[in-house]
Structures are given as C-alpha cells and as structure tokens.
Design a protein around this ligand. Sequence first.
Ligand SMILES: Nc1ncnc2c1ncn2[C@@H]1O[C@H](COP(=O)(O)OP(=O)(O)OP(=O)(O)O)[C@@H](O)[C@H]1O
Ligand SMILES: [Mg+2]
Length: 125
Amino acid sequence: MINRHIERIIQKSLHDRKVILLLGPRQTGKSTLLRERFTGEDVLWLDGDDYDVRAILTQNTSAYLKNLLKGKRRLIIDEAQNIQGIGLTLKQIHDHVKGVEVIVTDPGSSEMTSHLDVGRIPGNA
Ligand SMILES: Nc1ncnc2c1ncn2[C@@H]1O[C@H](COP(=O)(O)OP(=O)(O)OP(=O)(O)O)[C@@H](O)[C@H]1O
Ligand SMILES: [Mg+2]
C-alpha cells in the first residue's frame, strides 16, 4: 500500500472541529484511506451512491441530525457529490451537532466543491 501524507493532515485536522473535505479525482484512494484508517467503533459511514443515504441526508433539521448522530464520534460521508443540498446539511451538523468529527469525500467537481481552491489527493500519488 502506498502511504498517504494526507493521513496525518486529516488526523491533525480532526481535532479542530472542522468539516474535512477529502477531494480527489476518481480512483485515487479516497475511500480506501478512510476505510482503512478512519473507521471503527462509533463511526457512521454513509455512502452517497446509496439512494437511501441520499434521502437520509437531504433532511437537515438540527433535531433530525442530532438524532441520526447520537452516540457517534465520527461521520464519514463518501461520494457526497451525489447528495442534494449536502453543503447545508454539513453546515447544520457543524453548527448543531457537537462532538462529532466529519469527513467527506467528493471528486472536487461538484456543485459544493468545484469553486474551491484547496489541496487535493493528486491523481498519480
Ligand atoms: N494507498 C494505496 N496504495 C495502493 N493502492 C491503493 C491505495 N489506495 C487505494 N488503492 C487502490 O486504488 C483503487 C481506487 O481506490 P478507491 O476506490 O479508494 O479510490 P476512490 O478515490 O475512492 O475512487 P472513487 O472516486 O471512484 O470512489 C482501488 O483498486 C484500491 O485498491
Ligand atoms: Mg470512493
């Protein structure tokens, strides 16, 4: 397995109470990194490719999100680009659900992220 420098950056950032966006083109290892290093007990993994997950995450009242994340220490949303209104949902989680770390993957070309000028997993790393 190729070691990922970004793993340490993610580890450090988790304590900052930020929502971490892991951006990178297709097949560059985003899901693998999260599955191997950032899952475990009390981690809720939601895959935006799944129709049910898309339905779950388009609901974004703070009460609903608090209940969804009750007892969880971390939320991982893979393939977030497929979830309508995910930006607002993430803002609600950040603002109203305390103590939950959030990591989100996205290819970086979605409505939420295409305008961002940030570090990404390089396509050949
Ligand atoms: N650190 C690594 N070292 C070697 N191979 C890896 C590594 N990470 C991922 N791979 C391999 O690269 C391929 C793509 O990985 P992965 O599915 O995690 O990418 P992805 O960025 O999530 O892709 P997508 O955007 O299509 O979901 C897989 O075959 C996986 O086994
Ligand atoms: Mg993936």
